[in-house]
Design a protein around this ligand. Structure first.
Ligand SMILES: [Zn+2]
Ligand SMILES: [Zn+2]
Length: 567
């Protein structure tokens, strides 16, 4: 059976063939299969708008119906240069290809440089199994120094049914897009004058964030962590010692001068934590040391990859470093996993993908240490009876790691938790502890982030819940809606009682109808709307409307407060 990748790839040729027929003189870039579909890059003499897509799609269907064959030919490089003499991008590829022979494919009147594989005939492609999706600009070979080409994206599946399922899922994902919901619910915004990839947290978003921070603080302190706060910048020399300047520079911003010295925005918190550890002599009795910080770091991301809160240039990691004796490592990793799952569950995530990444080609430390540390990670996963996959050679250069991807309500995986053993920093910063025999020893160091970054995690939370957060996370938990002017005083009084009980509330005194206020409350995804009028005022009650459930009837206010133990 023809693989879906082969079909997707063949469709990219058919797309190019359709464009060739409709827009003579087009120069062709490249057209691979990608996840869920395919694309092709073109240099066109006119500007394409999305309105052109149905026309191109229609032509593709015509070409498919013609039943054209994909014919493979191996020709001399010199001949290829003749065939593609009017195709500058193809000539560039030919020039870069090794050897003297070139493989080309003919499909109808369209000829392309390609190794295949393709379908034998376009008839293998099911009618209605693909769709052109969008047009985007793309630099030739991905470099900003090159010409901007027009990229047409398509999606393709085994059959019409699978395509429709995908489109449905996509529409659902669109409704949950955190960038749109973030604006609608007034959680965060981006401002061109502030800069790309730098979110501004509005009051409601900042409240959500603070709720998460407070929960993390309480949870980690109860697990024996010590809280740290460290600066956003540090001297360039520090990053030279840590190795980041040497190995991580492409992700860092340029150094800047303060007085006569060079400083960097921090891309990581680790060196600061290490300095605090090294500020005094540590005995085995002091270990394990568990340092936690909500550390804001800055990493360079190209503007093209920035994406709402999930890909930003400044973000706050829920970072921690555990420094322990070799004997303690296994227990610490087990604890980390347990604590991680507990915290993720509190946020409503129950499905995970777990990866164990082993030694890459280039690595710090020696292979024996790596084996031992990898076994420690494996042992912890086994002990907790977790299912995991090995990501062979996927470790970072300084040590093996466990990564946990959480699955959201649409089943999409998001990289979240990471637990990494580090052989590099303890060496570079000469970390030691005094063992039982009074001898200096090198401790183990573990980096870990449970949520990853607050920005990314909140982006995922918004999409997971489609903005309808559980009560404890909702920035505004209760609206009190007075029916008329004369009920406002009573509404204020209810508001005071709820605030005193720890609820985040708003009293809605806007000059709007009751039904409009209720509708707005639903749009804003407020968990509870409490309506108060004559009857409620008289009986000292509220009329409760719960999100997604509607009217729950009248209830005494203290009874309502008691029924919400989560607050
Ligand atoms: Zn091909
Ligand atoms: Zn670290």
């Amino acid at each position: 059976m023809t693989s879906i990748e082969t079909i997707r790839h063949s469709l990219s040729h058919i797309l190019a063939a359709a464009v060739q027929e409709l827009y003579p003189g087009t120069k062709f870039g490249m057209g691979p299969a990608i996840e869920d579909g395919f694309y092709y890059d073109f240099k066109l003499s006119e500007n394409l708008t999305p309105e052109a897509l149905p026309k191109i799609e229609k032509r593709m269907k015509e070409i498919i119906r013609r039943g054209i064959a994909f014919k493979k030919k191996i020709i001399a490089k010199s001949e290829a240069k003749k065939i593609f003499k009017n195709q500058p991008y193809k000539l560039e590829i030919i020039k870069d290809l090794p050897g003297s022979k070139i493989t080309i494919y003919e499909s109808g009147t369209f000829i392309d440089l390609c190794k295949g594989p393709h379908v034998k005939s376009s008839k293998e492609i099911t009618e209605g199994s693909f769709k052109l999706k969008k047009i985007a600009g793309a630099y030739w070979k991905g470099s900003e120094k090159n010409a901007m080409l027009t990229r047409i994206y398509g999606i393709a599946f085994e059959d019409k049914k699978h395509l429709e399922e995908h489109l449905k899922k996509e529409a659902e994902a669109e409704k949950r897009d955190h960038r749109i919901l973030g604006q609608k619910l007034e959680l965060f915004l981006f401002d061109e004058e502030v800069g790309a990839g730098l979110p501004l947290w509005q009051p409601k978003g900042a409240t959500l964030r603070k709720t998460i921070e407070d929960y993390l603080y309480r949870e980690l302190i109860s697990q024996g962590y010590q809280w740290l706060v460290t600066p956003h910048i540090g001297k360039l020399d520090l990053w030279k010692t840590s190795g980041h300047w040497e190995l991580y520079r492409e992700n860092m911003y340029s150094p800047f001068g303060i007085d006569e010295e060079e400083y960097m925005l921090k891309p990581m918190n680790c060196p600061f934590h290490v300095k605090i550890y090294n500020s005094k002599i540590r005995s085995y009795k002091d270990l394990p040391v568990r340092y936690a910080e909500l550390g804001t770091v800055y990493r360079y991301e190209r503007s093209g990859v920035l994406h709402g809160l999930t890909r930003v240039r400044g973000f706050t990691q829920d970072d921690a470093h555990i420094i322990c004796t070799p004997e303690q490592l296994s227990q610490e990793v087990t604890n980390l996993l347990k604590a991680g799952f507990k915290i993720l569950k509190t946020f409503g995530f129950k499905d995970y993908e777990i990866y164990l990444s082993t030694r890459p080609e280039k690595y710090a430390g020696n292979s024996k240490e790596w084996e031992k540390a990898t076994n420690v990670l494996k042992y912890a996963l086994q002990k907790l009876k977790l299912k995991w996959q090995v990501d062979p050679r996927g470790g970072v250069f300084y040590g093996p790691k466990i990564d946990i991807k959480i699955k959201d309500s649409l089943g999409r995986p998001w990289q979240c938790t990471t637990i990494q053993i580090d052989f590099n920093l303890p060496e570079r910063f000469n970390l030691t502890f005094i063992d039982r025999k009074g001898k200096k020893q090198r401790p183990f160091m573990v980096h870990r982030a449970l949520l990853g970054s607050l920005e990314r995690f909140i982006g995922v939370l918004i999409e997971h819940y489609a903005g309808a957060f559980p009560l404890w996370l909702s920035p505004v938990q209760v609206w009190i809606i007075p029916i008329g002017k004369k009920h406002e005083k009573y509404a204020d009084q209810i508001g005071k009682e709820l605030s005193a009980a720890g609820f985040r509330i708003e009293v809605k005194k806007e000059n709007e109808t009751l039904s409009k206020k209720i509708r707005n409350g639903e749009i804003q995804k407020i968990p509870y709307l409490l309506v108060v009028g004559d009857a409620e005022m008289k009986k000292k009650t509220v009329r409760v409307r719960e999100r997604n459930k509607g009217d729950l009837g009248e209830i005494k206010i203290d009874k309502f407060i008691k029924s919400q133990k989560n607050c």
